[in-house]
Write a protein that binds this ligand. Structure first.
Ligand code: PLP
Length: 316
């Protein structure tokens, strides 16, 4: 898969921001070692989803996309697809959960896309219906090889920016991000471990890896709203099984604490979903030695100030 990711990078690089990898001295006391943050919250459209969206478009002909695009998304994938559709001048419909944060809906509407809202668990079915009605192509948020390969370009940048990394902690929804990153990193480094991190109330990968096949868990609603998937993608699961070193789960309380800490101590304006790796460290789901060099993938930064008000009373 490494070569496919390298080929994708050559195609989409000029439209991407090769986001900075920064050292976070303020967070190091919680880890006991060097900590780095990969700032995909600064990516165009505010999240890494731009990478998968661009790669998907790069493999489709103009003729294939002329009916437009449809995506089911909790927000960030939809925004990336809407952005690319706008730049290509093709129609776009994004199907979003009723519970999606209003700022994510507003950002998509601002790009000229139509938004259809429905219950979270129906979003893929509704997207398929809309695509059928409008003669459009559905771009899945994770369960698609081209999308996962696009997300994997983060792994190439990381190995260029800091080949000495010993651990990379990646937030997990359907598994496109962690699958792509792990495939790239494992192809380039034999000393870098890649861990996925998911909400304890949505343990689809932990359960599926145990079962040896993708299984669905109840559609609980996590404050990590970008990690809403109920089950691993069929395309993503074998890649995660093959390349990822371990899967960690984090409680809702620890995700909130980590979110507060990421903003106050880390000085990083990111989503709750992107703080989940720090949550795993706070809960000691993983520990490090002094010589380790750990990277947290800060996957997105699409949140509004009012989403932070609930953090004021959280005790760290
Ligand atoms: C989509 C998303 C994830 C999870 O990515 P998957 O490919 O679904 O595992 C993590 N963080 C943010 C901010 C996202 O938008």
């Amino acid at each position: 898969m490494l070569h496919a990711i390298q080929d994708a990078y050559a195609r989409i690089k000029s439209d991407l921001y090769p986001t900075p990898l920064i050292r976070s001295y303020h967070l190091e006391p919680y880890f006991g070692c060097a900590v780095y943050l990969k700032l995909e919250n600064l990516q165009r459209t505010g999240a890494f989803k731009m990478r998968g969206a661009l790669n998907k478009f790069s493999v489709l002909s103009d003729d294939a996309i002329k009916g437009g695009m449809v995506a089911a998304s909790s927000g960030n994938h939809g925004r990336a697809i809407a952005y690319v559709c706008k730049s290509k001048g093709v129609p776009c419909t994004i199907v979003m959960p009723q519970t999606a944060p209003p700022i994510k809906v507003a950002n998509i509407l601002a790009l000229g896309a139509d938004v259809v809202q429905c219950p979270t668990e129906n979003r893929f079915k509704v997207a398929a219906q809309v695509a059928e009605e409008r003669g459009a192509i559905v771009v899945p948020p994770f369960d698609d090889n081209d999308v996962m390969i696009g997300q994997g370009t983060i792994g190439l940048e990381l190995m260029e920016q800091a080949p000495e990394l010993t651990h990379i902690l990646v937030p997990v929804g359907g598994g496109g991000l962690v699958g792509g990153i792990a495939a790239a990193v494992k192809g380039l480094s034999d000393h870098t471990k890649v861990y996925g991190v998911e909400p304890e109330i949505l343990p689809r990968y932990t359960e599926s890896l145990k079962a040896g096949k993708p299984v669905a868990v109840p559609q609980n609603h996590s404050i990590a709203d970008a990690l809403a998937s109920q089950q691993p993608g069929d395309v993503n699961f074998p890649v995660v099984q093959n390349y990822v070193d371990g899967m960690l789960t984090v409680s809702e309380t620890a995700i909130q604490k980590a979110h507060k800490l990421m903003i106050t101590e880390g000085k990083i304006f990111c989503e709750a979903s992107s703080s989940i790796g720090l949550g795993a460290v706070l809960e000691e789901k993983i520990t490090f030695t002094a010589t380790d060099r750990v990277c947290l993938v800060i996957s997105g930064g699409n949140l509004s100030l009012d989403q932070l008000s609930s953090l004021i009373d959280i005790e760290i």
